[in-house]
Ligand binder design. Structure first.
Ligand SMILES: C[S@@+](CC[C@H](N)C(=O)[O-])C[C@H]1O[C@@H](n2cnc3c(N)ncnc32)[C@H](O)[C@@H]1O
Length: 297
């Protein structure tokens, strides 16, 4: 797996809050270079999977998932009898999904189509009644321009009357304001890729101007051997900001839910689920707010 120190174009390059924060870069993909760890880390996360399976079952056709990963959500949807097209930029995640599919019955295999592509740019020339982006996938859109490109892409794939549903975690102010040198340890675990027992710790750095949270995931083999660090960059979206971004980019009829329950968010909600649809474009009308850059940036 790629380690924290990278050499790019002959020069030493170190990931940092300054050098990360563009869709498709190392901070958006390094975590997904190790699908075995990803699957182990999130194996107990079921609520969101059940939520999206229910949505897919209630929808009138195939599902498009942006950021499909190794199929944590898409595979249960296919098992439930719905066809899914999954787009992802990470080849290791897609390869892991293809591998999982080999153990599935033929009819389930036949319900999944995987496409390697960038969720800001891909065009499948098909429209879907349900487009989803589960589990913080939208936090890999780091600027207003990237959000606008992605929402254009969603619009290009939504059937008339179709719904776009996604979720993201509410920014945790304690984490954002915390000491960036402090390490938060977690119980040791067996690394599924190497079989060795590994100590795990996280460290958080936050850039309040770009609203970027850089999570440093540190892995240290207990029996010795070289430790490794994986950066994960997440854009932090505050709820009203996300509602405005959707509105500015022509997404209407927004319904918000908290924590994968069919209820409005509460003050304590950790996760927000948004369901919305694309308003028909008025010819000649340009988005100004969403595409304009901040002055000085
Ligand atoms: C948190 S994972 C979610 C995976 C899956 N939906 C799930 O719920 O387990 C985010 C996914 O988004 C993908 N991703 C990140 N940036 C992307 C981009 N620009 N275009 C397409 N996929 C991207 C990552 O490779 C990763 O698989």
């Amino acid at each position: 797996m790629a380690r924290s120190r990278q050499v790019r174009a002959g020069r030493a390059w170190r990931p940092s809050l300054e050098t990360l924060g563009v869709a498709g870069d190392y901070g958006s993909l390094a975590h997904y270079a190790d699908p075995a760890y990803y699957e182990k880390a999130y194996a107990r996360r079921h609520e969101d999977v059940e939520y999206y399976v229910r949505l897919a079952e209630g929808s009138a056709g195939d599902v498009l998932e942006f950021g499909v990963g190794s199929g944590r959500v898409a595979l249960p949807i296919a098992r439930a009898g719905r066809s899914v097209v999954g787009v992802d930029l990470s080849e290791p995640m897609l390869a892991a999904f293809r591998c999982r599919l080999r153990d599935e019955p033929r009819e389930v295999q036949g319900r999944v189509r995987l496409v390697r592509g960038d969720m800001r740019a891909v065009r499948l020339r098909r429209r879907f009644p349900l487009v989803i982006a589960p589990f913080n996938t939208v936090l890999h859109l780091y600027s207003r321009q990237e959000v606008a490109q992605f929402l254009d892409c969603v619009r290009a794939h939504l059937a008339p009357g179709g719904r776009f549903v996604f979720d993201f975690c509410v920014p945790d102010l304690k984490t954002l304001a915390g000491d960036p040198t402090r390490r938060y340890g977690a119980p040791s675990f067996r690394d599924p890729a190497t079989g060795q027992i590994v100590r795990y710790a996280e460290r958080f750095e936050y850039d309040p101007m770009r609203q970027l949270l850089l999570v440093w995931m540190e892995f240290t083999p207990v029996a010795g051997g070289a430790p490794w660090t994986v950066p994960l960059t997440h854009r932090q979206f505050f709820p009203e900001e996300m509602a405005s971004l959707l509105a500015c980019n022509g997404f209407v009829d927004q319904t918000w839910f908290g924590d994968f329950r069919d209820e409005p968010p509460r003050r304590e909600s950790d996760w927000l689920v948004v369901s919305c649809s694309a308003a028909p474009r008025v010819p000649g009308r340009r988005r100004r707010l969403a595409m304009g850059a901040k002055s000085g940036s």
